[in-house]
Design a protein around this ligand. Structure first.
Ligand SMILES: *Cc1c(COP(=O)(O)O)cnc(C)c1O
Length: 226
């Protein structure tokens, strides 16, 4: 199957309310256009330079999602066009995104990245940190960010029960924020970005609204080719 067929197959298995975000990192413009031509508009990248380059080359109605860790000094390159930033993992980053967004007169949609995996390599907030930010009013100043939900990555493991537990944890943090800080986050707090090639079915079961799928659509990534 080519990538357009793979995309169509996965799309047909997902509930209609779930966004299928095609993670196109390391993949060429031709692959992106193959999906674009069958109607896909949501693409995810994790490197600012690659994202910016693809934005410049490709149709302007693509919704580009920044899904990987974002360094503060690179925010300015993507702020003019990025559709959603999934990886807000610190207050410092949120403050910088807000500052750059204000310069460009934009309100940028962002997700809180949550740390739920058993791996030290993953970054993000835990529930206690978020509660503290909300109760201190630290987010009220960020008028150029619209927090639309949360993002989480499960541990890279074959243990399905562990993955499920972590995704349910993401869902419960989402529910907690929605229920307790409705005035702060507002109506748009609706998105749960979780699930990748290996675990998206579990993620959808646990309440995901955006699955981020790369290798199952495009094939394995070749990191040697840049
Ligand atoms: C690469 C990546 C994905 C997609 O991973 P696959 O296993 O190839 O589907 C999803 N989310 C993030 C944050 C990624 O960096």
């Amino acid at each position: 199957m080519n990538c357009a067929e793979k995309y169509t197959e996965i799309r047909s298995q997902l509930p209609a309310h779930v966004t299928l975000l095609a993670v196109s990192k390391t993949k060429p413009a031709d692959d992106i256009m193959a999906l674009y031509n069958i109607g896909c508009r949501d693409f995810g990248e994790n490197k600012v330079q690659e994202l910016t380059q693809k934005y410049n080359e490709l149709p302007k109605d693509i919704r580009w999602h920044q899904i990987g860790h974002l360094q503060t000094n690179k925010i300015k390159y993507i702020i003019p066009f990025v559709y959603m930033i999934h990886s807000i993992d610190s207050l410092k980053l949120a403050v910088e995104v807000n500052k750059q967004a204000a310069k460009h007169n934009r309100v940028v949609d962002c997700l809180f990245e949550l740390k739920v995996a058993n791996e030290d390599t993953k970054s993000g907030f835990d529930i206690e940190e978020l509660k503290q930010l909300f109760s201190q009013g630290a987010l009220n100043e960020l008028k150029n960010i619209r927090f639309c939900g949360v993002m989480g990555m499960a541990t890279n493991t074959d243990d399905q029960a562990e993955i499920r537990k972590e995704f349910l944890n993401v869902k419960s943090v989402f529910d907690y924020i929605k229920d307790n800080y409705a005035a702060e986050v507002g109506e748009c707090f609706t998105q749960i970005s979780m699930g990748m090639s290996g675990d998206y079915k579990i993620a959808v079961d646990c309440g995901s609204t955006i699955v981020r799928i790369g290798s199952t659509i495009f094939g394995e990534r070749d990191y040697a080719v840049k």
